[in-house]
Design a protein. Sequence first.
Length: 297
Amino acid sequence: MSQFVVDADWLHWHQSPSVPHFKVPQGAVDAHCHVFGPGDQFPFAPQRKYTPCDASKDQLWALRDHLGFSRNVIVQATCHGADNRALVNALNHSNGLARGVATVTESITDEELQRLHEAGVRGVRFNFVKRLVDALPFDALKVIADKIKPLGWHIVIYFEAQELPELYEFFTALPTTVVVDHMGRPDVSQPVDGPEFALFLKLLAENENFWSKVSCPERISKVGPTGSYEDVVPFARTVVERFPDRVLWGTDWPHPNMKSHMPDDGHLVDMIPKIAPTQALQKKLLIDNPMRLYWAD
């Protein structure tokens, strides 16, 4: 048992997800997921904004096999701060089938970065969602970006659509490949051809070092699971079809900070052919792109 008390409103990850109707191609990568603790082995950060239930590497591997995937990209969870021990432990026990995205501070040394690289880390994540992190020191983030560039790592950025205008210039000045989480969380109640999403598409179109994850309909949708998250489909499909070589997909298991419902991971997999309707697009989204970004070396 974890030594930590789970938040009273925390929703536990789905205990019996359905088997997807859509069979993912052999070698498919779940390119966005997390591990939490277990808290008694890998304590959560004192400065965390939430306390989750445990979600271990072994439970993640079980989900991977249940859904038919072959590999995982594990993204450091904000509840662990810059303590990447749970992430590294998972990578070290993955038999080479997982890569990682870490969280680091500007004080990290080249030697520490090299150790993370040897474990399988290939990127760092910057969280710009104001409700999840404290004020961001932009100068420190630039220092980190410069430190990781020689390793060939990329940067993952997490923000919400209304924040993009003020962050646009900072983002486009970053010196590495940049991956945007969840399409920058667009407001899907607005038109897919409206000005807010147009700015995100402009970011991708004018900056070929930018990629996007087309994941997390459960966070973005207004109609929710009863509407099969259909309102997210036009947005994700637009990104996949316009930028087929720069898109990734992931479950976001174990779905941190979900308040409205806990998604069935099998149903999330069944959305893939709706946003990537051809086998060629599915292969790029699930195999070619994540393998190029995370397993090229």
